[in-house]
Design a protein around this ligand. Structure first.
Ligand SMILES: Cc1cc2nc3c(=O)[nH]c(=O)nc-3n(C[C@H](O)[C@H](O)[C@H](O)COP(=O)(O)OP(=O)(O)OC[C@H]3O[C@@H](n4cnc5c(N)ncnc54)[C@H](O)[C@@H]3O)c2cc1C
Length: 431
């Protein structure tokens, strides 16, 4: 009987475990391995960073929920994957043999690519913050509380090679809302510095009217911006930026001063995955076919931020394509069906829809986009703003955390609300 090992228990790994459990008979074993013993709902980190959420609100212990569903859990990092030998090595040296390996390890945060950037504990220089993990968001909040006593300029944005722009905008707007509520916004000039070629590009070549809507929102909130920004280094209180023109030539050099900064880094694949021969592209992202299956190893599947997706278009400063939660779940659904098919001796035929859906909170209102498919021209391509998005984002958090607790792989919210928007997770064959 088969042993399925899932490495990484984040937004992709947890639903993968539940869906595979639901589809496979009890004779098959499932083991989840994660470097921490808790699950964190990453999309809520911007709220942690301004104190609108506590750590306990968005983290859950993994073990009890998986055990209840008959899934084994090991809280350890995987240090080595022996793909030809079908086994993984864990941090304590023990090995785990598998029949199928599902890689959902998310990103390695590449702070070290820009000298001075990112938290020291994550390989960075210590001068900018991040909200990519709950620990990082809490570190921002600690500094933010000191900053509020003596406020000054803030820089928010995304480094060269970044792919996750939605949370950078979201965080800029949330911080603006929080400062306005505290009546301190007048003391805090905010500059948005991004590798995107224009505001609203989002790593997707824009979605609907995202350019003019986000520009207008930033103007209304008194934010300045620098696009095509290649941040080259950070020193205490200073971001050094080479701004390129649309042809990729140097347009202007900037030295942007700040008292507090949050810059999202570029992503890479995590070391243990990136080191497997023939598995990944040069940045360590897993090369997969349309069925989420490794091109090199037929019993390895992968989903989430760790998979290789080509950029939607070439930009003067490199940008990547975002991988959002719903897209990740569509990948996971395909993996569960394809492993079940493989075990039954049938061909793997299920494909995720890879629809890009993003809900970005702005504190009091919000912006949502839907890009179906993600590469233009699209069948559905809209970007809308409204208070409903702020509420939908809160609902997304509550439903996702409930789903992790209950072990449902596709609860009501997704089945009915998203279906009503014309959004489904698997391509036609699987419906
Ligand atoms: C700040 C932020 C906000 C976001 N907001 C949204 C949003 O609002 N909506 C949306 O749709 N998307 C959002 N995203 C994008 C995306 O949905 C998230 O990044 C999501 O967490 C990605 O899921 P994942 O499973 O690929 O990776 P993760 O959720 O990061 O999970 C990866 C897991 O693998 C584990 N791991 C890593 N290496 C190893 C190893 N060697 N051994 C064992 N375990 C390992 C990690 O500990 C982690 O638990 C956001 C991203 C960020 C960074």
């Amino acid at each position: 009987m088969a042993h399925i090992v899932i490495v990484g228990a984040g937004l992709g790994g947890m639903p993968a475990a539940y869906e595979i459990r639901e589809l496979l008979g009890k004779e098959h074993r499932i083991t989840v391995v994660n470097s921490t013993d808790y699950f964190q709902f990453v999309p809520s980190n911007p709220w942690i960073a301004v104190g609108w959420r506590e750590r306990e609100d968005i983290t859950l212990p993994i073990e009890p929920y998986l055990t209840r569903k008959g899934i084994n859990f090991i809280a350890q990092g995987v240090t080595h994957i022996d793909a030809p030998g079908n086994q993984v090595t864990l941090a304590d040296g023990q090995t785990l043999a598998y029949d199928y390996l599902v890689i959902t390890t998310g990103p390695k945060l590449a702070f070290s690519e820009v000298p001075g950037a990112g938290p020291v504990a994550s390989g960075g220089g210590g001068f900018t913050h991040s909200i990519c993990s709950v620990d990082h968001a809490q570190a921002f909040f600690a500094d933010y509380q000191k900053f509020l006593e003596n406020p000054g300029p803030v820089v928010i944005g995304a480094m060269p090679g970044a792919s996750c722009f939605g949370p950078a905008y979201e965080f800029a707007f949330i911080l603006d809302t929080d400062l306005r509520r505290r009546k301190l916004r007048n003391k805090v000039p905010i500059t948005y510095v991004t590798s995107e070629p224009y505001i609203g590009h989002l790593g997707l070549g824009g979605v609907g009217d995202s350019k003019s809507m986000l520009e207008s929102e930033m103007r209304n909130r008194d934010m300045k911006w620098i696009t095509n920004a290649k941040t080259t280094r950070v020193e205490e209180g200073k971001l050094f930026v080479t701004q390129l023109d649309d042809l990729g030539n140097v347009y202007k050099e900037h030295e942007v001063g700040f008292k507090l900064s949050m810059m999202l880094p570029a992503f890479k694949g995590v070391d243990a995955v990136a080191a497997v021969p023939h598995l990944c592209n040069p940045r360590g992202f897993v090369l997969i076919d349309e069925f989420q299956r490794s091109k090199a190893y037929r019993n390895i599947f992968s989903a989430g931020v760790c998979v290789a997706i080509p950029p939607v278009e070439t930009t003067p400063v490199p940008t990547g394509t975002p991988k959002t939660g719903y897209m990740i779940e569509s990948m996971v659904g395909a993996i569960a069906h394809n492993i079940a098919a493989d075990l039954a001796g049938l061909p793997a035929e299920d494909k995720g829809t890879w629809n890009a859906i993003c809900l970005a909170d702005m504190g009091d209102t919000g912006a949502a986009f839907v890009a179906l498919p993600q590469i233009p021209p699209r069948n559905v391509n809209w970007f809308k703003k409204g208070k409903w998005v702020h509420l939908a984002k809160i609902a997304f958090e509550k439903y996702f955390l409930r789903k992790i607790r209950k072990g449902n792989s596709e609860p009501v919210y997704e089945k009915y609300v998203l279906k009503a928007l014309g959004i489904v997770r698997l391509t036609d064959r699987a419906k």
